[in-house]
Design a protein around this ligand. Structure first.
Ligand code: ADP
Length: 241
């Protein structure tokens, strides 16, 4: 497939966004009544469902820890989430991403509150259009909060890319596929920590600093939306009561 033009003459991206613009972001929290916590997060056409079970006791007692809860995470793409049917069997990529997402969440979860229990985070990619791991981190962190699990902060994710020589925020699949670099980042804004940072491709040191700055600015906007989604969920419950 021939590389499409990713930055047009007017400086806008192939979908009409400015370089520092996010896709339309939607979030809803507490949408499943069987899970302990849940969230649906959409970054443009990327749609991710996260559900949390626990903290709970599990039969595999050897996995439990005496001083804190063990967090388990499964990232999975549904068969209809990609152009070509994705086999439901977990791929190496999904196994790696499950670990990466778990590690992005662990620093904010106060797991010492629930020793000898497991907290399971299930992530289903419903529709994939770039940035699924970063949207997954945001969805999982909202689902954990919805499950009432004590956390030091929410973690939110966003990917920055370099396309046609320009740094752009919140890349979609086309920009990921044909761009020169992509850099997914997860940030806990109030704690001021980065819990995930990956870079595929090449950036100069200056571009790397600028890409991180762009990611931080984007993460702050997503963070506001995440807090708003939680407020919406719990204000509504209070009004209904
Ligand atoms: P991320 O989704 O976090 O950006 P990748 O960089 O690995 O992770 O993937 C970029 C995009 O490529 C995905 O969001 C998705 O749109 C597409 N993609 C990933 N894996 C597959 C797959 N197995 N089949 C088809 N498309 C895929």
């Amino acid at each position: 497939m021939e590389k499409p033009k990713l930055i047009k003459e007017n400086g806008l991206r192939h979908d009409g966004r400015r370089p520092n613009e996010l896709r339309p972001i939607r979030m809803s929290v507490g949408i499943l009544n069987k899970a302990s916590g849940s969230a649906l997060v959409e970054y443009g056409e990327t749609k991710v469902l996260a559900a949390v079970h626990g903290p709970r006791e599990i039969p595999q007692r050897h996995l439990l820890l005496p001083d804190r809860a063990v967090i388990r995470c499964r990232y999975h793409m549904l068969s209809f989430s990609t152009h070509e049917r994705k086999s439901p069997v977990p791929t190496r990529r999904e196994i790696e991403l499950s670990k990466v997402i778990r590690e992005a969440l662990e620093p904010v979860v106060i797991s010492e509150t629930f020793p000898r229990t497991a907290i399971d985070v299930f992530i289903e990619i419903i529709n994939a259009d770039g940035g699924t791991r970063t949207a997954a981190v945001t969805a999982a962190s909202l689902a954990l909060a919805d499950a009432g699990i004590p956390m030091k902060d929410l973690v939110v994710g966003v990917a920055v890319g370099k396309v046609d020589g320009v740094l752009v925020l919140d890349i979609d699949e086309e920009e990921d596929m044909f761009g020169e670099a992509d850099m997914p980042v997860a940030i806990a804004p109030s704690l001021g920590i980065v819990t995930l940072l990956q870079l595929n491709g090449v950036l100069t040191r200056e571009e790397f600093s600028e890409a991180l700055r762009l990611a931080l600015a984007g993460a702050n906007l997503i963070y506001e939306k995440a807090r708003e989604a939680l407020r919406d969920r719990y204000m509504k419950v209070r009004v209904e009561e």
